[in-house]
Design a protein around this ligand. Sequence first.
Ligand SMILES: [Mg+2]
Length: 380
Amino acid sequence: MDLKSNHTSPILTDPTPSKSRLQVPSHLLQYSGVTFTPNLLLTVPTMNAGIIDIRANNCLHSMESSSPPHKKSRDINNDLASTDMDVAYRAWLLKYPSALASFEQITNFAKGKRITLFLDYDGTLSPIVDNPDCAFMSNDMRAAVKNVAKCFPTAIISGRSRDKVFEFVGLTELNYAGSHGMDIMGPVRQSSDDYHDCIRSTDKQGKEVNLFQPASEFLPMIDEVYNSLVNNIEEIQGAKVENNKFCVSVHYRNVDEKDWKTVAQRVHDVIRNYPRLRLTHGRKVLEVRPVINWDKGKAVTFLLESLGFSNYDDVLPIYVGDDQTDEDAFKVLREGNRGYGILVSSVPKESNAFFSLRDPQEVMEFLKSLVVWTKKTSTL
Ligand SMILES: [Mg+2]
């Protein structure tokens, strides 16, 4: 099968190319074909099948918009900007209250339900670091995740490859979904259903599991694009290309800002030959992904069904994440008040989440609080 040819795969309608912020510079309002709604949520028109026209300039604007200006020195202007940001953050908390401050509200809603936890990895359980290969989680965080997984079904859903995120987390008590949910290893599903790509397998401990890889046909194409991006991008100082199995990440965190345009142009030049791939943006990372109707939100639904929670009346899913790709999961939970999305962010930005946490440290406090609450309620 020629994967470069036109296809019949459904097109995602939510490929938001950047993190929108409350303080959106006016020049970013001039995206071609992209509009900002009054609440500054970035929306992109539905694309025609087979056409992914992300121009290099738009790509560059998105890179700039997802990267707040560097704080070069501590001076009066920076102090004032910092104060402004604190005020903006406090105002933002009125819309996205802290999950720690709202803990009682969350647990009240959880009464009589089974909490199910979904956790992003980078920026949620681990700090964002310069070298993506060194995004290690702390031992304290690992212990917190291990303890919470003893209380509730817990899954990690990451943009990394499943093997890589397992390497970082190293806990066998969890379910793992890599490649933005396109590579799920989860419990054996009891019911026969429509997930044709779902196969029986065994995990590293020999336990029987289900393996679901809805983008498996894209593997050769992803490998080809990865090699092409390595050849074209990695000569730019600081740029790093990561093969996440069903998607490819181009990290530009360590690239001098003057070279971002070159990164954007070269990525664009490579993927223009692959109409079945699309480009999305994360935190200082461009991500090349298959155009399939699958995302982290669908991965949450799939895992809930696998865990036997098709009926949302008896389960409270909680999803904690910091990335644009996590918005798909927040949206699924927000629709019909199925559960709670918790956005990890230290800056104000629009989200489909209900609550917020400032950083991974607060995520750890939240996980610990859930364990304490569970132990307390189980002894009542
Ligand atoms: Mg993340």
